[in-house]
Design a protein around this ligand. Structure first.
Ligand code: AMP
Length: 416
């Protein structure tokens, strides 16, 4: 018998999942069902890294059938599997939900009512939850919100300068990527507790990208606002945009709401600027003027927003990179840190090239770290706490570096 917890992260056309034991941080299996509704693909990998067999082609006409296909493949790989509880990433928890909660019908109605705030994501999250309830009617299910980590923002970082009635209706700066920030904040607290008590600027740079100001473990400000469009340019999203551009598109170019959604969410960002790809690896390899300008723009906006997030806290004690680009792109990290000596940021190029955990130079005032994020593991820990009443602190940091504490201490950093 394999007792397990399932973490589900349902996107618009994908379902990322992690199968974990009832206790412990090492996954039993992880995987991704992609291109749901089209010619779907399914990848399933055992915790030790080997690919596991999946049906070809996988049946993935909608989220429900995709989940059935995933479960079929999991049961084939682990025949005596028992799912004790399921956790879900939910993009929007509205103004009030600031922690993971057990799912019941009342909560589902509350989350459905928030769909207008995140029409491209929330309905897919809810479809994933309904599919999981149908598959495991007896198992407790837990919702983990991307917005929850940011509910600690002060009013000035929670509002827009619109008439107050809009704030009261929920038109606020919610911020996203909260599961990632919560996970990495936890990792930092275990690796370098004194640093984690300070003013940390955390850059989640992936296909979606944002930066967060975190003071003593609590989010103070985020570059993402009402929607996941604001702030940094992303793979296909525009990032911060003068609202006058949207008015121009409507009034002069005659674009309707759907056309603007398509433009701003799917055809802008790195893809729009480069005319080539939303993928940073492709742009780094391309070497065309447009690809280089797309990288230049990305780097410039990341630098600008690091400054803005530090200003929101009155300073910076550490900079942390995470996300696919933050964890892997030596080029982007090096370029972002290039003209940041005024903030005490200076990287050690050898350590950066090695993707080391601490990449700042010995003499730099501000430690710079690279900490892998793991949203599925955060969800599983929330499930253990909320559904199983198990709040055990994970035994050891997930990160592997020769001597992280010493490396930070050598910088006069705050490992403690
Ligand atoms: P994520 O959405 O967090 O999975 O991040 C996806 C982004 O990370 C894509 O733009 C990838 O090109 C980028 N990425 C992943 N690995 C690398 C790498 N080795 N070098 C540069 N970019 C990378």
């Amino acid at each position: 018998m394999t007792d397990a917890l399932l973490a589900l992260n349902a996107g618009s056309s994908s379902l990322k999942f992690g199968l974990y034991p009832a206790a412990g941080d090492a996954p039993i299996a992880t995987g991704l069902a992609d291109r749901i509704g089209a010619e779907g693909t399914l990848r399933l990998r055992a915790g030790y890294g080997a690919d596991l067999p999946v049906p070809v082609p996988p049946d993935m006409s909608d989220h429900g059938t995709a989940l059935e296909t995933v479960l079929g493949a999991l049961v084939a790989a682990f025949p005596e599997l028992t799912i004790l509880a399921v956790g879900h990433r939910v993009v929007h928890g509205g103004p009030d939900l600031d922690a993971p909660v057990l799912i019941n019908e009342g909560l589902l109605e509350e989350l459905e009512a928030l769909s207008p705030f995140a029409p491209l994501h929330q309905p897919h999250n809810l479809a994933g939850i309904r599919a999981a309830i149908a598959a495991f009617p007896e198992a407790p299910q837990v919702a983990c919100f991307d917005t929850a980590f940011h509910r600690s923002h002060p009013f000035v970082n929670d509002t827009f300068a619109l008439p107050r009635a809009y704030y009261d209706k929920g038109v606020r700066r919610y911020g996203f990527h909260g599961l990632s920030y919560a996970f990495v904040t936890g990792e930092l607290a275990r690796i370098a507790p004194r640093l984690a008590e300070g003013r940390v600027v955390m850059a989640h740079l992936g296909n979606g990208a944002s930066i967060c100001a975190i003071h003593n473990g609590r989010s103070v400000a985020s570059t993402m606002g009402f929607s996941a469009l604001d702030g940094l340019p992303m793979g296909t999203r525009c990032g911060q945009l003068d609202p006058g551009v949207v008015l121009y598109l409507m009034q002069q170019e005659g674009l309707d709401a759907n056309a603007i959604v398509d433009l701003l969410y799917r055809r802008s960002g790195l893809l729009g600027l480069s005319g080539l790809s939303n993928d940073m690896r492709v742009l780094e390899a391309a070497g065309t003027t447009e690809a280089n300008q797309a990288i230049d723009y990305f780097v410039f906006r990341v630098q600008r927003e690091i400054g803005a997030m530090a200003a929101a806290m009155g300073g910076i004690d550490a900079l942390v990179f995470c996300g696919g680009i933050g964890e892997n792109s030596r080029l982007v990290r090096a370029r972002v840190c290039e003209r940041m000596a005024w903030m005490g940021i200076e990287i050690d190029h050898e350590r950066n090239a090695l993707n080391a955990m601490v990449i700042s130079s010995e003499m730099a005032r501000t430690p710079v770290l690279v900490l892998p994020t793991n949203e599925e593991l955060l969800i599983v820990r929330a499930v253990r706490s909320v559904a199983l009443g198990n709040d055990a602190v994970p035994e050891a940091p997930l990160l592997h570096d020769r001597a992280p504490e010493e490396a930070l201490a050598a910088r006069g950093g705050a490992a403690g």
